[in-house]
Design a protein around this ligand. Sequence first.
Ligand SMILES: O=C(O)CCC(=O)C(=O)O
Ligand SMILES: [Fe+2]
Length: 314
Amino acid sequence: MLATLSVWKRELNCLRLSFFMASRRHRIVPKRLVWARGELVSCGASGHGRRWPRWRLGCRHAHPWREASAPWWGERKPEKFDRAHSPCRLAYGRKRQSVHSAMKFMTQLQFDLDTVLDTLADTGWIVLPRALPAELTANLREACLQVWDEGRFHEAATGRAGGQARRAEIRSDSVLWLDQVAELPAVRAYNAAMDEIMQAVNRGLYLGLVELESHFAVYPEGAFYKKHLDRFQDDDARTLTTVFYLNENWPAEAGGQIRLYLDDACERFVDVEPEAGTLVLFLADRFWHEVLPAKRQRLSVTGWYRRQGGSLPW
Ligand SMILES: O=C(O)CCC(=O)C(=O)O
Ligand SMILES: [Fe+2]
């Protein structure tokens, strides 16, 4: 009798596990949204309730805020992230912490990662002046100009895969993907620094980022990039946009700012000067943005942290 019961129990557990795996694979849209005091607390998917302020950045389920015209991060400031109870600390304990603090001696990042995570969780975007050492930025600029002089850039296109087309009325910059020059020391140093950001974002915001795709971009005099969103309509892998600027002493009258729109109606915006060392991060599917016409050659590295690709569940 006892033996039969334990077999049944095992069968039941197997069934529960396979249903769980199947629901993860097919991303079943949760039936129940969880509300408290008129605020959306969680999409109701397994595990999302506990850390919703952070989970929601990476959650791929359907939500009212996806359809709402007002941006979700403007509605209500999320509670501060409770680091003491973060699953990362619970999972890795003190050993992991000490590895992290040892890394601080080697890091190239000239900003506080915790502040970046808090700001991204609150607003979805951040501007970091002097983000990397001046020497690294200068080396990257040299590398960019060297491959530009070698004629390795091509005119940038819009769209994805088969639908790609050069549309000069939308964008007029030229690009070179970094994986084609990955052996250059400056590019390796840059990739290492950006990888450190990716690890931190994954630990703190659970975005599940797996790689960074990035390219050098050169905007010749007069070039621009009209208002757009970075995420493709049929692929939600691009999650966090990164733009790192390389021009030293960029004068305000030279234009070329990135204009980042803070609401869906594109009424509120910030203009950021493309000054060497400035790093801009923003959620790829949330923020409309454009590059205003540059009156001199403008150099940058643009990239996208990607998570595992997949069809959209909504
Ligand atoms: O260079 C910039 O400031 C932004 C570029 C951009 O939006 C893009 O390449 O998608
Ligand atoms: Fe963009």
